[in-house]
Design a protein around this ligand. Structure first.
Ligand code: NDP
Length: 452
């Protein structure tokens, strides 16, 4: 049987674009890709990239204050959302152009259309055309979900936050995950009055308890009005803005309410179950270690599989797919010990197990220090940072490393190499400190804070 293509990729985000480019560019496969929205996907258009630029933008107000403490005659004027937004939109346009150019340069045929799956080897395009391919790769990503409460259509999600016409004065953020905490810090830094509701006892569930505790404390110190054990009951618009009733009995008004209450895989209306692709309880595509679905010619990577929803993981899964299917080298994706960072202020960088998770498996030693960093302390700030290692008592392996500090994302990338290599506490100790830095504490902690 002959097909139009060797590979048809659905979704032009980080994972899909990488798989398409590498399959076409490195193996000579005939590849097509369909994207219904903007190239670059969530990461580039509605996530990591614009978010990080907003994190940068939100830091300058405090930086200007600190500069004065260092002798600079400087003060931050007002932040102009319009100026920033225009630059941000231009940057996202530029990046979309880069993605299109990369695909074209690898001879990937692009369809600016929605694609659904018709059978094991056929996709249906919204243009009316059908295309056949030996392999189909599902890389449609995910989308934010709202919790299902009365009036929720008044609220925005992370999809809309980058395109607001004006910067809201009073914002409510609902949720306690990555997105909620990052945007609480960003909007607070840009000058908005930020309230955050989280239904649980502490934000950033799943991260190390001590680290999440410090992040929450620093967020509060920075001005975020964080309410734990609190959720939103209903909302409606009235003359004063968006009226919100909460589970803690309060009623208040906001200019914007943002739900950051999780994301769902983009599998609805794709025709997947009809052709035999298995979907899980959250609508995610069920795949094996090689990203193959229940239909042998159909594979899936990235957030649509709801494994580890991070851009670099989707890219890895895309590369492993090409290696397996187009290079004849079956390659499972290694999802173990993935470093990641939450871009709160301060950032949280983490790799490996939290103290709580490690303790479940074995006896551990905890090496931990919290202190006022030099740069902020000199400027008269009370900010604290945390450096923490969770070590196996039996074989001395560092099971987890947790950093709460400015630029912790940069630090954890490097600490992640050592932890991935299986470094022991003694390997950390053998490494000479870089002085004066914050991260030098990671190699100078002599005695365990506790054994658990
Ligand atoms: P998360 O799953 O991290 O967090 C969702 C939050 O919403 C949790 O606090 C959850 O509470 C809460 N929640 C869920 N349902 C409800 C509800 N019905 N009512 C109230 N609260 C609710 O999702 P995010 O949307 O923040 O992020 C999605 C994923 O995107 C992340 O898991 C991560 O993989 C990725 N991401 C990574 C970033 C990075 O690397 N820096 C940045 C942004 C996103 P509970 O804890 O009680 O379940």
């Amino acid at each position: 049987m002959t097909f139009d293509y060797d590979l048809f990729v659905i979704g032009g985000g980080s994972g899909g674009v990488r798989a398409a480019r590498v399959a076409a560019g490195e193996t000579g496969a005939k590849v097509a890709l369909a994207e219904e929205d903007r190239y670059g996907g969530t990461c580039v258009q509605r996530g990591c990239v614009p978010k990080k630029l907003m994190v940068f933008a939100s830091g300058y107000g405090e930086m200007a204050k600190d500069a004065a403490s260092y002798g600079w005659a400087m003060h931050a004027g007002g932040f102009d959302w319009q100026v920033f937004k225009e630059k941000l939109e231009a940057e996202l346009d530029r990046l979309e152009g880069v993605y299109r150019k990369l695909l074209a340069g690898s001879d990937v045929e692009m369809f600016d259309a929605r694609a659904t799956v018709k059978d094991a080897h056929t996709v249906q395009l919204s243009t009316g055309e059908t295309k056949t391919a030996k392999h189909i790769l599902l890389a449609m990503g995910g989308k934010p979900v709202k919790p299902g409460i009365p009036g929720e259509e008044l609220a925005i999600t992370s999809n809309e936050i980058f395109h607001l016409e004006t910067l809201p004065k009073r914002v409510l953020i609902v949720g306690g995950g990555y997105i909620a905490c990052e945007f609480a810090g960003i909007l607070n830094g840009l000058g908005a009055q930020v309230t955050q509701f989280y239904r649980g006892a502490q934000v950033l569930r799943g991260f190390d308890d001590e680290a999440r505790g410090l992040v929450a404390e620093e967020m509060r110190k920075a001005g975020v009005d964080l309410h734990l054990g609190t959720n939103i009951l209903e909302m409606k618009r009235d003359g004063e803005g968006i009226w919100v009733k909460a589970t803690n009995g309060t009623e208040s008004h906001y200019d914007e309410v943002m739900f950051a209450t999780g994301r769902a895989p983009n599998t609805e209306g794709m025709g997947l179950e009809e052709v035999g692709v298995e979907l899980g309880r959250h609508g995610q595509v069920v795949v094996d270690a090689f990203s193959q679905t229940a239909v042998p010619s159909i594979y899936a990577i990235g957030d649509v599989t709801d494994r580890v929803n991070l851009t670099p993981v989707a890219i890895r899964e895309g590369m492993a797919f090409v290696e397996t299917v187009f290079k004849g080298n079956p390659t499972p994706v290694d999802h173990d010990l993935i470093p990641s960072a939450v871009f709160t202020q301060p950032e949280l960088g983490t790799v490996g197990l939290s103290e709580e998770a490690a303790r479940e498996n074995e006896e551990v030693e905890v090496y931990c220090t919290s202190f006022k960093p030099m740069q902020q302390s000199f400027a008269g700030r009370e900010d604290r940072v945390l450096m923490k290692l969770v070590v196996s008592k039996a074989n001395r392996t560092v099971l987890g490393c947790h950093i709460v500090a400015p630029n912790a994302g940069e630090m954890i990338q490097l600490a992640g190499i050592a932890v991935k290599m299986g470094a022991t506490k003694e390997d950390f100790d053998r490494t000479v400190a870089v002085h004066p830095t914050m991260s030098e504490e990671l190699v100078t902690m002599r005695s365990p804070m506790r054994t658990a």
